[in-house]
Design a binder for this molecule. Sequence first.
Ligand code: SER
Length: 317
Amino acid sequence: MKRILITGALGQIGSELTMKCREIYGEDQVIATDIRQPKDEKLSNGPFEILDVMDGNKFLEYVKKYRVDSILHLAALLSATAENHPLKAWKLNMDGLLNALETSRLVKAQFFTPSSIGAFGPSTPKNNTPQVTLQRPTTMYGINKVAGELLSDYYFYKYGVDTRGLRFPGLISYLTPPGGGTTDYAIEIYEEALKNGRYTCYLAKGTSLDMMYMPDALAAILDLMEAESSKLKHRNSYNVTAMSVTPGDFAKEIQKHLPHFVMDYNVDPVRQRIADSWPNSIDAAAAKSEWGFKPAYDLENMTIDMLEKLTKQNSYF
Ligand code: SER
């Protein structure tokens, strides 16, 4: 990767990935794009363009203008929003992806897009879910993700586009909040614990889901993109995870630092149904052996870092 264009650059992954890429590849080498203008000085240290990923002509125009060789396509609706607006999700998640893939094909750019644990469904083996397994998701988001994995593979086999992807678990970060995801509780819980000493969780106490801290997610994207092409057998997309945890586990871990923290539950049926259709824990063996995936954070050291960074950022006390 030398000259990178990122879509959805103001989102949860995009905002941090843009900064990280600018640190590594140079500020002018990373073109951040999103459907809206940044509010503050965010991402102002390098090029920024307004780009609606549904507009294939504009997409190609910017990629040509900046002579981009790598596209990191992040613009998408997350699972809970997609479930509430399925047609909108199909259009944005699929047409946006097709435009991104077509643009990559036309300019021969390397390509990345995230898949998700949402690409699995109730008939997938729940524990230690293998890299290659049954994928019959029952959510619109999951259907988009499976179709996206297949399309990305198609562009590789048919056109030789260097497509790569990761099946992300819930991603935890303190800088930019996600929105409309089923795993968003895992961020809200830290913020609310510090702000109010309590949190009402919309998933049931024992709901196991895979999670990963944002620094590990960013490293995984960059390591995958820089991996030698001949080593990649699975491409779209690799299972990656750092921990399998429940809301109850988060509460216990936070109580080690904030003993008065209280958690209660008010289950949201839409998000609970989505979470119940996803695996409890996925197996990242292929990512480990093919390109050296190795997360640094578990629940314990992530919790220490989250509480420290959020406290610094917000001065709650
Ligand atoms: N964090 C995502 C979501 O909850 C999972 O891909 O939608």
